[in-house]
Design a protein around this ligand. Structure first.
Ligand code: SF4
Ligand code: SF4
Length: 614
């Protein structure tokens, strides 16, 4: 591919492109939807065009940002990429990094999920930028994101500050034609200038650094490159101030409705924090009404002040939660003009949403079934990943945040053991392998130190499944496909002070149930401790695992009594009940794992034909 030809880019690839066009040589990330494709895009584009870079998956976002800050302290350009909830994990280095600043350019990409579609919250990373006091760019389209990445690096170096780029989910996964610029080949070499007052600043010096940070922000807030004011045309009295993807939505709607064009001025804010002060003053003086459209929180709106003439999330002119959709934005704009929106051209057929489910053949389904069968009436402390869907199977009672399952199980044990005379109910923590590496390890050390008793069911599908099968340190695979050292889970768990570790194939339903019962008996015994069961089986989305998976041709015989067990308790998408409750297997969806055969209490699900190799 000639890199200067117009090409279609995915939003996340466009951001990666912007980094490479800016000479960013180091990128660190923990996978999280909607940001997961940025690192692979960075590595593969650099590789294809012969540019030497270092891009790596790391075990959590705090480490990603600490690594990027360290590279930027040596004068080179670096980036840390995460999703919005990952920014919570990276909050500590973010706050401190803003004070210490950088020598090379540093861009923090935090991708937000208005909606939210695959996240625990729909928090707005721009507020985090405000809290940390760093500038934040809000791109409106993939190409905008590419160009803003370059501007973010330039601003970062101009003011020696980390700078944030905040794309949202729709932009990350949108595709757009663009003409890429050549990649910047840099031969930057690290040069760390010793300056303990800055890089190891004591509280006294931190106060000075804070004052310097305030001065930098004030200068950026008056930089003409971030001006957005625009005088009214004719007798226009409504201005829409918008940023990010919300601007694109408003621009498309105004473009498609000529009646709006004469009545509204639409302005785009590239840098929602710090907001360009002279532009705020000019807009407030020029317009009778200002509507602020932004996702997700009222970051711009708050900087305008709560004035009579300003509408947005704060006065409920815009709903104060949720994604901005085209229909919603259209109705908001027309209601600001006190007009009715034109009737939609045609009615769309409504689709009935189905709740998300684990894939057919997913090993987690088998593990959850074994858990709730073996440890009946237990408390199941869950975690973040595909396996949060264990909730559907009634095998998950909590899900707080990454790595919290172990701490919650430990704390529940302490609460029951110390504050109740009744026997401690079976307690299990359920965590995936990637989440365990992310933040489960320190939680396990703490739980062991507290001498807590529970079963840790570690669902090891040997990948980070939910975000697209990125490798974990257990495989030792790096982002560019090269092989690094492997860090087996068993050894790490042993290093946390746990001696009872069983490894069971998650497909071995009976064995798994037996081992779970034994594990709890061990844990609750006076001489016992935390018992770990690693339920290991590859993710069904791993192409290699799919190829080598066992295959059975499964059918439901006439013995089906329509009891509903396989549908309600097992919830495999390949099992379909008709109106009478009788079940059949959908041959298109079924992957032939044969796991459902063990679930039917009437032996009605059977393997047949030549594929009885289960
Ligand atoms: S992606 Fe993998 S882990 Fe996730 S539900 Fe599907 S099979 Fe299970
Ligand atoms: S568990 Fe067996 S008997 Fe019950 S609905 Fe399913 S196939 Fe029919």
């Amino acid at each position: 591919m000639n890199s200067f030809q117009e090409t279609i880019y995915l939003g996340n690839d466009a951001i990666a492109r912007g980094m490479l066009e800016s000479g960013c040589g180091f990128l660190y990330s923990y996978p999280g939807t909607p940001a997961s494709e940025i690192l692979p895009g960075f590595v593969s584009q650099a590789d294809k065009e012969g540019v030497r870079v270092y891009g790596q998956w790391v075990v959590n976002e705090k480490i990603a940002l600490e690594s990027a800050l360290t590279i930027a302290a040596t004068g080179m350009r670096s980036a840390a990429v995460m999703k919005q909830v990952g920014l919570n994990v990276a909050a500590d280095p973010l706050m401190s990094g803003a004070y210490l600043g950088v020598d090379g350019g540093l861009v923090v990409v935090s991708a937000d999920d208005p909606g939210p579609y695959s996240s625990q919250t729909e928090q707005d990373s721009r507020f985090f930028a405000m809290l940390a006091k760093i500038p934040v760019f809000d791109p409106a389209s993939p190409d905008d994101a590419r160009l803003m990445t370059a501007r973010a690096f330039a601003l970062s170096e101009q003011h020696s500050l980390p700078v944030m780029l905040r794309p949202t989910a729709t932009l990350c996964h949108a595709r757009q034609n663009m003409v890429p610029a050549p990649l910047l080949h840099t031969d930057q070499t690290p040069c760390f200038s010793k300056n303990p007052h800055r890089w190891a600043a004591t509280p006294r010096h931190r106060f000075v650094l804070h004052q310097q940070l305030n001065q930098k922000l004030a200068a950026i807030g008056h930089d003409p490159q971030f001006s957005f004011s625009c005088a009214p045309r004719g007798n226009q009295r409504l201005a829409i101030i918008a940023s990010g993807f919300a601007w694109s939505l408003a621009a498309d709607i105004i473009d498609a409705h000529p009646d709006l064009q004469a009545q509204i001025t639409l302005v785009k804010v590239d840098l929602p924090f710090p907001l360009h002060q002279p532009s705020i003053d000019a807009m407030l003086a020029d317009y009778r009404r200002i509507l602020v459209l932004e996702e997700t929180y009222p970051v711009i709106e708050l900087q305008l002040g709560r004035r009579e003439q300003v509408g947005g999330r704060l006065d409920h002119a815009v709903p104060d939660a949720g994604e901005l959709t085209p229909d919603l934005v259209k109705s908001i704009i027309y209601s600001q003009l006190e007009q009715k929106p034109p009737a939609p051209p045609r009615t769309r057929q409504k689709t009935i949403p189905r709740r998300p489910r684990l894939c057919p053949g997913c090993p987690h389904r088998s593990s959850f079934y074994a858990l709730k069968t073996a440890l009946k009436n237990g408390i199941y402390a869950g975690d973040v990943g595909c396996y949060t869907l264990g909730l559907n199977l009634k095998a998950l009672d909590t899900c707080l945040c990454m790595g919290a399952s172990i701490t919650q199980a430990s704390t529940l044990y302490q609460a029951y053991a110390t504050r109740s005379d009744a026997p401690v109910p079976p307690i299990a923590a359920i965590i995936g392998d990637s989440t365990f590496f992310h933040s489960g390890i320190p939680a396990l050390v703490n739980a062991r130190m507290e001498d807590s008793r529970f079963v840790l069911l570690l669902l090891d599908n040997e990948t980070t499944a939910m975000t697209g099968n990125q490798p974990t340190p257990a495989s030792g695979l790096r982002a560019n496909g090269s092989q690094g050292p492997k860090l087996p889970l068993e050894e790490i768990i042993r290093g946390c002070g746990i001696s009872r570790i069983q490894v069971v194939d998650a497909y071995e339903q009976q064995l798994l149930q037996k081992e779970l019962v034994a594990a709890w008996n061990y844990a609750i015994h006076p001489e016992g401790a935390i018992a770990v069961i690693i339920a290991r089986h590859p993710c069904m989305m791993d192409p290699e695992a799919r190829r080598s998976a066992r295959r059975a041709t499964v059918v439901v015989s006439d013995d089906c009594t329509a009891c509903g067990t396989c549908i309600e308790e097992y919830e495999c998408p390949a099992l379909i009940a008709d109106q009478t409750g009788t079940v059949r297997v959908d041959p298109v969806t079924c992957v032939g794992c044969g796991l459902c055969i063990d679930i039917c209490p009437f032996g009605a699900i059977i393997a047949t034909g030549n594929g009885q190799d289960r």
